[in-house]
Design a protein around this ligand. Sequence first.
Ligand code: AMP
Ligand code: ZN
Length: 114
Amino acid sequence: MADCIFCKIVSKQIPSEVVYEDDQVFVFHDINPQAPTHLLVIPKEHIQSAAHVTEKDKELLGQMFVVIKNVTEKLGLDKEGYRIVNNCGELGGQQVDHLHFHVLGGRQMQWPPG
Ligand code: AMP
Ligand code: ZN
C-alpha cells in the first residue's frame, strides 16, 4: 500500500533493523522500544488490522506465530518469557494501520496494561 510506513519497511524504501524475513513475514526492531527487546512482527502483505483478517489469512497468521516462536528462541527470550501485543483500531491504541504484533521481552511486564 503506497502510503503505509510498514509496507515501505518491507520493501526497504525505509530502513529498519531487520531480525528475520521470509516470503510472508517480516520482523524488525521497534524504533521506540518499550522493553530491552521490542520487536514488530508483520505480514508482508498489507492487512489493516486484526479486525481486517479474513479466512484466507489463516495460514499467514499461523506462520506469524511460528516465526515469533523461532525468533524469541533465537534471541533467548523464551526462557524468561515475553509479551505479545496487538493494538487494534482507535480504542486499541493502534497508530500504524498495518497489522503487527509487538513482542516485548527482557523486563517484568505488568497487568492490566494501560
Ligand atoms: P501501534 O501503536 O501498535 O500501531 O505500534 C506502532 C509501532 O510502530 C510503535 O511502537 C512505533 O514505535 C513503531 N514504529 C513506527 N515507525 C517505525 C519505524 N520506522 N521503524 C520501527 N518502528 C516504528
Ligand atoms: Zn502496509
